[in-house]
Ligand binder design. Structure first.
Ligand code: 1HN
Length: 350
């Protein structure tokens, strides 16, 4: 069998070889393999926290500098500190805080990206989805699934602020972004009364003949705080908390019982006062919003204090423990829906 003699100066020979590969648009796998295929997830995102109280005045300042119509969406993006300029809070997800002032309209558009809104401040502005308004109250969850026309309006006399969660980086990675804008840059005409979707889809029944076409995403697009908060209390009254998660509920799509949207999952959690959850990791980086209570979120041992309206990102496969000083209520969202569909999602409970 013929063998090739190895050059005596191997390092120099290799460097020379690599130099000749680059112009051919070739690269040696063996130099990158261990960074590509890691034994456990190695995210570039870092744990980080934001205080709503610090962002709110900056958003109000933005309100003086640009209108919702000019901006299309007046949003301050929460960027992961390790991923500046990339409009992402985790590798796959986007988060931002959006302000809509009294009398403003954020014009109708639709896009391939899925979006959820979690209301942080204000009462009574609306999101319209495909011609149906959802009037928003603090800590309601509102969905705008992919490719449905949506606009926002504020007919109250108070500013309204919510957290936007979108799958923008995921769609960007797939090069699958499409968007359309309403030509008059206004609102979409109202075609159904407010509350229609909740009555059709939120009552443990489904329309046999009528209703939104299949494949258009979750038809139930508002999950009121008053309802989901009560459910957490019912759990708490009748069973012990889960050692790693406390009382954890997933918001579901009533059509199939699956995650609320194709790419994103959303959760409500109660960690009762005095409980410290056991350490856990999961492959979905998660954005958490504090609704009630105080405590600490330990991420890989680093302490992030929790208080109402705080926002904390727990990156993929970091070790998390939640310690509740008073009853802690958290909302969270992640790309678990995507990972589960692809057979990728994992967790490790210690
Ligand atoms: C979007 O549609 C909204 O509808 C907010 O309020 C933020 C960021 C990027 C792309 C689309 C909204 C967005 C967005």
């Amino acid at each position: 069998m013929a063998t090739h003699a190895r050059p005596s100066n191997l390092d120099a020979a290799r460097d020379d070889f690599y130099d000749r590969l680059a112009p051919e648009s070739l690269a040696p796998l063996w130099k990158v393999l261990s960074a590509l295929v890691t034994p456990t997830p190695r995210t570039p995102a870092v744990p980080a926290a934001w205080s709503f109280d610090r962002i709110q005045p900056l958003l109000m300042e933005a309100g003086e500098l640009i209108t919702a119509a000019e901006a299309e969406r007046r949003v301050l993006i929460l960027e992961n500190p390790a991923l500046p300029g990339q409009s992402r809070i985790t590798s796959t997800l986007y988060a931002g805080l959006q302000l809509i002032l009294p009398g403003e309209v954020a014009p109708a558009h639709r896009h391939a990206q899925n979006a959820l809104r979690f209301v942080m401040q204000g009462d009574g502005a609306f999101t319209a989805l495909d011609g149906e308004r959802a009037y928003m109250h603090q800590y309601d969850l509102i969905l705008t699934p992919a490719w449905l026309w949506h606009d926002h309006g504020n007919e109250t006399d108070q500013p309204m602020i919510w957290l936007d969660g979108l799958d923008i980086p995921l769609v960007q990675m797939l090069d699958a972004s499409f968007a359309e804008h309403r030509e008059d840059r206004g609102a979409w005409p109202t075609s159904r009364p407010a509350g229609d979707a909740a009555l059709r889809w939120g009552r443990n029944m489904r329309p046999v003949h009528a209703g939104r076409a299949e494949g258009q995403g979750n038809p139930l697009f508002i999950y009121p705080f008053a309802e989901w908060r009560e459910t957490l209390d019912v759990l708490r009254r009748s069973e012990a908390p889960h050692a790693h998660d406390g009382y954890l509920m997933e918001f579901t799509n009533p059509v199939d019982g699956g995650p609320v949207m194709a790419t994103m999952s959303a959760f409500a959690r109660l960690v009762p006062a005095g409980l410290e959850t056991r350490a856990a990791r999961s492959s979905d980086g998660t954005i958490n919003v504090v609704v009630e209570g105080t405590g600490t979120l330990f991420i890989d041992g680093a302490a992030f204090p929790l208080s109402p309206s705080g926002i904390v990102v727990v990156p993929s496969w970091t070790e998390r423990r939640i310690s509740a000083d008073s009853d802690l209520v958290l909302f969270s969202y992640s790309d678990r829906a995507t990972q589960t569909k692809l057979g990728l999602w994992r967790e490790r409970l210690e």
